[in-house]
Design a protein around this ligand. Structure first.
Ligand SMILES: [Zn+2]
Ligand SMILES: [Zn+2]
Length: 255
């Protein structure tokens, strides 16, 4: 059984078939899904999905794209959800200097505020970073007081930085891009990260792996991510599935 550690099933692209899709996951070999929020509205949707379905867990947080929409009350509202049983992380949070949908200064400020929230409520973080590798690293290093846990989702950075993150106590999650032909560095990362720090994900509905690239992504396709990593590491599929599922349960404290 596989765990898709990052899927946005609250996305409107699942409105037509969400219920059918979620109910068919078990028979397709997908044990659990972690559904992160990307703004306040989607965080609330993620929480309600997690309360509606046994196999969905939620994270609450505001993505750097929406950082500019956060006001004084947002952190308190996020915090109010963190005592729900199935809210297992703060995320996704981080920096995105590729799209720059929010001013960088605001992105940094809101990232740090949400890291502080995670420490306060003792939950791991789900980190999004694009075109901001060094600043993301510096902020996490600064915030790491020994208590911070988390995952770099859909990691696309260097091998060296991945290993630094591992040293700092973080997990590395790989998604659909690992299946692309030009994924040279990601393939090295997949090989270099210790097996007990590796997670897999889809980031559905985005980043669809081969052979379905171009279509809507869905949690079922996490098997292609798993299959590719197993092949790169020279281990069998079941072992990779078992290890990455144990890792996700350990990080998100799912019994
Ligand atoms: Zn992301
Ligand atoms: Zn995402």
């Amino acid at each position: 059984m596989l765990i898709d550690s990052h899927a946005h099933l609250d996305d409107e692209r699942f409105d037509k078939d969400r219920d059918r899709l979620i109910k068919s996951l078990k028979e397709s070999g997908i044990d659990l899904i972690i559904n992160p929020g990307s703004d306040l509205g989607s965080s609330i949707k993620a929480v309600s999905l997690s309360e509606q379905y046994d196999n969905i867990y939620a994270a609450v947080g505001v993505h750097p794209h929406s950082a500019k929409e956060m006001d004084e009350s947002t952190i308190e509202v996020l915090k109010s959800f963190t005592n729900r049983d199935k809210v297992v992380a703060i995320g996704e949070i981080g920096l995105d200097y590729y799209y720059d949908n929010s001013p960088r200064e605001i992105q940094r400020q809101k990232f740090v505020e949400q890291l502080e929230l995670a420490k306060e409520v003792n939950l791991p973080v789900i980190i999004h970073t694009r075109d901001a590798a060094q600043e993301t690293f510096d902020i996490l290093k600064e915030a790491q007081d020994g208590s911070l846990k988390g995952v770099l989702h859909c990691y696309s950075g260097s091998v060296e930085m991945a290993l630094e993150y591992v040293k700092m106590g973080f997990y590395i999650s790989l998604g659909g891009p690992i299946t692309f032909k030009n994924a040279r560095v990601s393939r090295e990362v997949a090989k270099a990260v210790p097996i007990d720090r590796l997670l897999i994900e889809t980031d559905s509905p985005y980043l669809t792996p081969e052979p379905y690239r171009g279509k809507r992504n869905e949690p079922l396709f996490v098997r292609y991510v798993a299959g590719t990593i197993a092949e790169i590491r020279g281990i069998n599929f079941d072992e990779l599935a078992k290890e990455t599922s144990e890792n996700a349960k350990r990080l998100f404290r799912i019994a």
